[in-house]
Design a protein around this ligand. Sequence first.
Ligand code: SAH
Ligand code: SF4
Length: 367
Amino acid sequence: MSFSDPPKTPLLGLSLPELAQAIAPLTRERFRAAQLTRWMTERRAAGFDAMTDLPVALRAALDERFVVGLPEVEARTPAEDGAEKLLFRLADGVKVEAVYIPAPRKRASAGERVTVCVSSQAGCAVNCAFCVTGRIGAGRNLTAGEILGQYLVVAREKGFGPRAANVVFMGMGEPLLNLPNVSRALDLLEVEVSPRRTTLSTAGVVPGIRELAKRERRPNLAVSLTAADEELRTRLMPINARWSVAELLEALAEWPLEPGRRITFEVVLVAGVNDTPEAARALARLVKRVPSKVNLIPLNESAEWLPGLTRPSAERVDAFGRLLAASGVDVTVRWSKGLGAAAACGQLKGREAPARAPRPPAPFVRS
Ligand code: SAH
Ligand code: SF4
């Protein structure tokens, strides 16, 4: 290929009718689009060469105009517990990260699934005070193919097939600020991962929640609440100034939950900020208004990116959890162990060090 050649069009991310239309000039055989889709998804092909039951001439013709469009892996960071962070380089050079988490060892034999955490944006405009991705600032929206592609590359590398994974939209970015692409990615993912096995985590983009609620098949919903008190939440998550806790809870009360399902509230605990008994009691009162469970995430620290913010002690986290449990809240604590700071929640950044001084912290003031 010379520099004057136009870039090839990625096929990943197209729906079946769109794919059929894209390849119509190359073949009259209508079943080829479905065949191609199967190769790109279930059969994990990275290029047309691998698609051995496609005529050689068609493979060559496809290769001239198109690419499958899987993101390129630029680096892998394995952890002791078998988890791995993957740094991807997208077609335009933009970098994003995804995380592979193996099935819990004890239950792996019982068909327990692995988990793939994908990014939806190459940065985040929401600017939560405790999040490394937020320090980068806004990054472009990923296409559906780029989102699906992260999952498929992990599946290729780890050698798992369809229906073997959970997918969580908890990587870089705010999925509900990229809803058209995320929604398309959810559609395309359905052949691989049931919506019951998919979780979308949002910082509380209320119109996005209402829009997502209209989907016929919805993922599980996780909401990064962090604090029940309006003022405290605004300091930690400036998005609260736009959509308040009150508005958020109103939207969540209308979220169509299937029987037996619950909303997950994520609460990042920052020492001396939102880890007080008072904050726990306020949280308990609030979350009980909808069928829910609470996931406590002790802050993953980063001296470089999140100066001045520390993780509460295990005792403090425990006391917080006990207060919630005593109020009848179903609560679990998510300690990031093997992954350490490198690939845990809120630590994905797609680059090694701040290019310049990191973006100033959110309007966060220690009380
Ligand atoms: N933007 C979405 C999804 C990506 S963030 C959201 O905010 O929900 C995924 C999770 O990581 C969120 O629950 C967020 O609160 C959490 N998180 C962010 N920074 C963190 C940190 N430094 N330590 C622990 N969890 C963090
Ligand atoms: Fe964005 Fe989520 Fe990080 Fe907040 S926690 S800055 S919404 S990625």
